[in-house]
Design a protein around this ligand. Sequence first.
Ligand code: PAF
Length: 327
Amino acid sequence: MSGREENQQLPGTGLIAILGAGSLGRLWAGYLSAGKVAFVPRHGSADVSGADSLSYRLQRFDGSAASVSIPWLTSSSEQPSVLLVTTKAGDTLGALESRLPELPCDTPIVLFQNGMGSQQAVAERWPRRPILAASTTEGANRPQQGQTVHAGRGETRVGALTDRARPFVKPVVQALAASGLKVHAEPDIRQRLWDKLIVNAGINAFTAILNCRNGDILNSRFYLERIDDLCAEIAAVLEAEGGRPLTPAMIRERIETVAQSTANNTSSMLSDRQKGRTTEIDFINGYVARRGQAHGIEVPVNQMLTERVQQLSADPEAGRPGNQNKP
Ligand code: PAF
């Protein structure tokens, strides 16, 4: 191991800062609240609304519930030891552009975004900072205001995106494991992000277009007529990107295993549509399409799914629950 890869202690006194107070950010903050944790307000947003802290009820996976109150980081707060970024993929670069100048150059930054593309954009923008990515299968939602539910127990893998991040992987994993959630160091985080992207590329857009739960796509003609072509496109792009090769049949099996095991879930993309929020389609099928085009690979199904979700997002009526979209 080179000197650069030896473990390096986290700077500061152990404060974990979280940028992005959505479901995932609140889940981590709640589980980490026995230690020092704070939310980072976004410049120019209504995040703080004058309050010193953000209070909510966290329903843990074991059924227990606790009220938590997480302070907002202020200019007089101590410097964080690590910054977790739990913003939506499309908001990440902008949110970091406004907050990063205030953060010392040796503070590790852990990106929790769905899909791919936003993490690479951050690592390319700040190649000399310690930038890590996390791929998580923890599920959280906010069924009503003031409540966060840990809806699915999973695990989180953390790995380095930039060279400067390598010595921080183990200390970051240790800091996050204090939450009691399962956290592991990941030597090949790019491959992990692809593994998750494959499943999201095969489920999310179909649920958003069909306005249905994950399991229901498996009985839909719209899905059945396209899934093999979609898997062939993903397999070709993955190989061109230098990822671990998978056959289209293996990709389809992975997608359908998850669609079955989460059959009653509303996917994050359908939920975004139902709530009128921007979806992450550009970082899921849109990313596969862009990478395919860069390699000269034809990606008509990924392209079509991306365009359909973008069009549906422009029509707020189409995504309402119970409103079956015509595929
Ligand atoms: O994005 C999601 O909702 C989830 O990653 C998945 C796998 C589709 C299950 O709901």
